[in-house]
Design a protein around this ligand. Structure first.
Ligand SMILES: *Cc1c(COP(=O)(O)O)cnc(C)c1O
Length: 341
């Protein structure tokens, strides 16, 4: 039995999801004639109370298109130093949009309105122009930390007052919402644009959505095309996304709860320390010498457990819908057996 905790992106479509994909009605989406893509986009827009949405191959693309659409070259994006757009998108903000980035040292990937206010640059010829604030919810490198709407609201008010755009990298937004009980409609009122991933904990094989008002999405559509993201019979993939939104949101609570259970087990192990606060489905922790992240992962691999290195001594476990109760029990049993370590 291989137990893959590397990422919630490793999930494969369930038989029911595959059936929905096979049955999908499709057309050419570059001509806006794929009924399944149209249905998914309308559904996502409605979910967040926005006018429109755009189906893209990846969350990197939805974020990059958002940055490009909200800015012009020599503008600046303000975000936490842990942000995916800075850490894991190949420096695309500079390549695709020609913008600078202004990093804030937040707490577990979360920033505050006063920090954003202090980061906004005055208008001088020699400074980039602060234009866009990006929040990440949940924050991956922050250990799956999340913002409540009360924490986001002052940042949004500040953006409005200062004429800044506001984008949400919501790759794992639903992992946060199942904890807070807050609604997507409320989230929609606090951002100009929102990106969500269908291919993480929601279990679709491919796809992300960029959501915003009609003018923004019309422009975003042009940038999707120039990035090579205009797909033809993408409805087969959109059908998986529709299935994911209909069936796989509420169950994310299971993944979050299991992360906490696993965290309690890790807490008692003498060779593990500094477990980051466990808020959703991600666990980040350090291993102590003589272990390194590499040697610890090698040992786990020998038991059939796969996980991610997140630094020389740091490891990440991610819970997701392809981890069964039985797999979780096996991970716990292996970790708790002193003879293994
Ligand atoms: C996964 C992820 C993305 C997008 O990733 P893709 O692999 O390009 O779909 C964006 N932001 C965050 C926070 C992520 O975790």
């Amino acid at each position: 039995m291989i137990i893959n905790l590397i990422s919630d992106t490793v999930t494969k479509p369930s038989p029911a999801m595959l059936e929905a994909m096979i049955q999908a009605e499709v057309g050419d989406d570059v001509f806006k004639e794929d009924p399944s893509v149209n249905q998914l986009q309308e559904k996502a827009a409605r979910l967040f109370g926005k006018e429109a949405a755009l189906f893209c191959p990846s969350g990197t693309m939805t974020n990059q298109i958002a940055i490009k659409t909200h800015t012009v070259p020599l503008d600046e994006v303000i975000c936490d130093e842990y942000s995916h757009i800075y850490q894991y998108e190949t420096g695309g903000y500079s390549f695709n949009a020609g913008v600078a980035i202004n990093l804030i040292k937040g707490e577990h990937g979360k920033i505050t309105a006063p920090q954003v206010e202090a980061a906004i640059k005055p208008l001088y010829d020699w400074l980039p122009k602060s234009k866009l604030v990006v929040l990440e919810n949940t924050c991956n490198k922050g250990g799956g930390s999340f913002y409540t709407l009360d924490e986001i609201r002052p940042i949004h008010e500040l953006c409005k007052a200062k004429g800044l755009r506001h984008h949400l990298d919501g790759a794992r937004l639903f992992n946060a919402l199942v904890e807070t009980g807050e609604s997507t409609l409320e989230v929609g009122t606090l951002f100009d644009s929102i990106s969500i991933c269908l291919s993480k904990g929601l279990g679709a094989p491919v796809g992300s959505l960029l959501i915003g008002d009609a003018d923004f999405i019309a422009e975003a559509r042009r940038f999707r095309k120039v990035m090579g993201g205009g797909m033809r019979q993408a409805g087969f993939l959109a059908a998986a996304g529709i299935y994911a939104l209909d069936h796989n949101i509420d169950r994310l609570k299971i993944d979050n709860d299991r992360a906490k259970i696993l965290g309690e087990v890790l807490q008692d192990l003498p060779f593990i320390e500094n477990i980051r606060p466990i808020k959703t489905n991600i666990l980040i922790f350090d291993v102590l010498a003589p272990y390194t992240a590499a040697s610890f992962l090698e040992k786990l691999n020998s038991f059939g457990i796969l996980a991610s290195p997140f630094g020389p001594q740091t490891v990440r476990f991610t819970l997701h819908l392809d981890i069964s109760e039985e797999m979780l029990a096996r991970v716990i049993e292996l970790l708790e057996s002193p003879k293994n370590w």
